[in-house]
Ligand binder design. Sequence first.
Ligand code: 4NP
Length: 167
Amino acid sequence: MTTTRVLFVCLGNICRSPAAEGVFVHLLEQQGLSDRFVVDSAGTGGWHVGRRADERMRAAAARRGIALTSRARQLELGDLHSFDHIVTMDGDNLAAVRALALEAGNPSAQAQISPMTSYCRIHSSTHEVPDPYYGGPQGFEHVLDLLEDACGGLLEALQTLKPEPRM
Ligand code: 4NP
């Protein structure tokens, strides 16, 4: 049985990407697929390294029965090689991961990089998971609405993808 390694990336790794990690892990548990995936999250910035997810994000997720347990860490070059898929929340994250991928070399041995919203099936005209950090409570709910939608589409996409040979 192959293991698929998925890394969610945002800016601070305290709101969107830990929530994406929690939502995806929750979905895998519901579907009995936890042993087929390794799931993690990271931030392109390092300001919050070691911290738990923002308490507003944790509270909003808990209301949907989802626990956010991760500690923030910063994205590193090795992530391009140790994950199969890196899924970004907005255009800035996508550009930052692509820039790191240029440094990492050998693209065929690297994670596939894709925007989270590309997996949305309901919110299909949304192009970013917006940063909720400086906004009100509704922003955190909107993030979760997008992530729940996208995680369903992501899981479906990963289950239909043939694993690519890694060099
Ligand atoms: P995230 O949100 O990228 O979804 O974790 C942010 C949290 C904190 C900051 C920026 C974004 N910050 O600048 O402190």
